[in-house]
Design a protein around this ligand. Structure first.
Ligand code: FES
Length: 115
């Protein structure tokens, strides 16, 4: 039997639940997701919460910043940084993180994930 995977917009939270210039951890589609509200840039990002370096569920607690025009998050443990838009590791390692599209409608934040 073939399993079909569809991408769906899932309600993550309300805008007022987010932390300005920080992240929150959510469980969506059985996965831990880090949702970031980068208020200085008026941008939202979602990534996996697991840092691939030592497999810690921690990225939602990371510090936001920019590398040029690239928004990034630094893992609180060993400070490896990841691009929030592409998931690329900016610290020179091979590991990358999953990213998910985010949209805001009527004060509600949605994340697109495969189900
Ligand atoms: S666990 Fe994230 S950088 Fe080491």
């Amino acid at each position: 039997m073939e399993t079909l995977t569809q991408t769906q917009w899932l309600l993550a939270c309300h805008v007022e639940d987010a932390i300005e210039n920080g992240g929150v951890c959510l469980k969506l589609a059985d996965q831990q997701v880090a949702l970031f509200y980068f208020k200085r840039r008026n941008e939202w990002y979602a990534t996996q919460n697991e840092c691939p370096h030592k497999r810690q569920m921690i990225l939602s607690r990371g510090m936001l910043g920019s590398l040029g025009e690239t928004p990034k998050v630094a893992c609180p443990f060993h400070k490896k940084t990841f691009a929030l838009d592409t998931g690329e590791c900016l610290s020179g390692d091979e590991c990358a993180i999953k990213t998910y599209p985010v949209k805001v409608e009527d004060g509600r934040v949605f994340i697109a994930m495969a189900r």
